[in-house]
Each structure stands twice: as C-alpha cells, then as structure tokens.
Write a protein that binds this ligand. Structure first.
Ligand SMILES: C[S@@+](CC[C@H](N)C(=O)[O-])C[C@H]1O[C@@H](n2cnc3c(N)ncnc32)[C@H](O)[C@@H]1O
Length: 190
C-alpha cells in the first residue's frame, strides 16, 4: 500500500513502510541479549513490537502524537507520550532506535498535522534528528547503542558529522536503495 493510501486509511499515524521495516530488521538482527530498548517515535508500534516479539529485549516506546500512543498501546507496546527522550531517566537504555521524520520540507508546504510531524524534518530534513542527537546520550547506558534511520535526502554525512559533535562514532550497518533515495541505518556508539 502506498503512503497516500495509508494516509487516507489512518490519517493521524504513520503506518509501517520500507524505512520501518529496515530499522526493525536491523535492530532485531543486532540486539543479542535481554537489553532494555527505547524506540523513539514509535508511530503504530511496528518496530517496537517486532523487537519485543523477535528478541529477548524489553521494549519501551515514545511518541509525541497522542493517536500514535493510542495505536501502539493497542498493539501491546508500552508507550509513553513524550518529546524524544525527555521523561526518561539518565543512563538506563542499552539501545535506542529511531526512525525520525526526515524529509526536507519547504516551510510553505508544511501541513501542520500529525502526519506532517511524522514525515517532515524541516528545511534541511534534520530538524528532529539534531535535537535527538543532542539528547539521546543522556538516557543511554555507558555501552549503549543507537540505531538511527537516515535517508540520502537528509544528508547522511551531515548526520554523521553532527553525531560526532555529540560524541558518537557512526557506522552504517544496513542500507537499501529506492529510485529516489537510499535508506541507511546508522549504529552510533560513544
Ligand atoms: C517516520 S515516523 C516513524 C514511525 C514508526 N517508528 C515506524 O518506523 O513506522 C516518525 C515518528 O516520530 C514521531 N515524532 C516526531 N517528532 C517527535 C518527537 N519530538 N518526539 C517523539 N516522537 C516524535 C512522529 O509522531 C512519528 O510517529
């Protein structure tokens, strides 16, 4: 089902797409034990649900969108309404996964609805990624890892550079190409 159809069917909550699948596949492959995992921006709860179902990890999720919180909870994902990692305690998560809003968007074309919050990364595509990189380190355990999905449309090098400024080294651990973009999962370590 295309994004337009999904938008029609469930207009308030981002439904799983290729990016969700790539992040879920990568995280489930790479998590090895009974980690405590946070999925930021869980939307429908698909990525968090797959991690919970396919690994031994315990998963908590957050989303700013109350409709997403409701949908993820209905999918049995323990979900908190939150801006990024704001309410969580310091140093508790072994892993944090995020499929952020990453599409560069002309401010004149912003729709100001919940789907826009799911998709739009502001003018450079990094309006949500940058504050995420600034704050995620606080909630990570000392050896914690971040799985961040990025697109060639967002500028992977710029994200890697920004992650470096926040003390993370980044490795691309998965990618998938489509006609108009390449999706990459970055694994970040301190
Ligand atoms: C691209 S969607 C990904 C949804 C889901 N994780 C998936 O992969 O299918 C981005 C999600 O991030 C959420 N989001 C956007 N800004 C956020 C913020 N500041 N804090 C928490 N969630 C946010 C949106 O509401 C949306 O559900």
């Amino acid at each position: 089902m295309g994004l337009e159809d999904r938008r029609d069917q469930e207009p308030d909550v981002y439904q799983p797409a290729e990016d969700s699948q790539l992040l879920a596949d990568t995280a489930t492959d790479r998590l090895t034990g009974d980690e405590l995992v946070l999925e930021v921006g869980t939307g429908s709860g698909y990525v968090a649900g797959r991690i919970a179902d396919e690994t031994a990890a315990r998963v908590i999720a957050s989303d700013l969108n109350p409709h997403a919180v409701r949908q993820a909870r209905a999918a049995n994902v323990e979900t908190v309404r939150a801006d990024l990692v704001a309410p969580f305690r310091d140093g508790v998560f072994d892993a944090v996964a995020f499929n952020p809003p990453y599409l560069p968007t002309d401010p004149e074309n912003e729709w100001d609805d919940w789907m826009e919050h799911a998709l739009s990364g502001g003018e450079d595509g990094r309006a949500v990624i940058d504050p995420f990189l600034e704050t995620v380190g606080r909630v990570l355990a000392p050896d914690g890892v971040v799985y961040l999905l990025v697109s060639s449309l967002t500028g992977v090098d710029a994200v890697v550079e920004r992650a470096g400024e926040e003390g993370f080294s980044a490795v691309a651990v998965a990618d998938e190409s489509f006609p108009f973009e390449t999706l990459t999962v970055l694994e970040l370590h301190r």
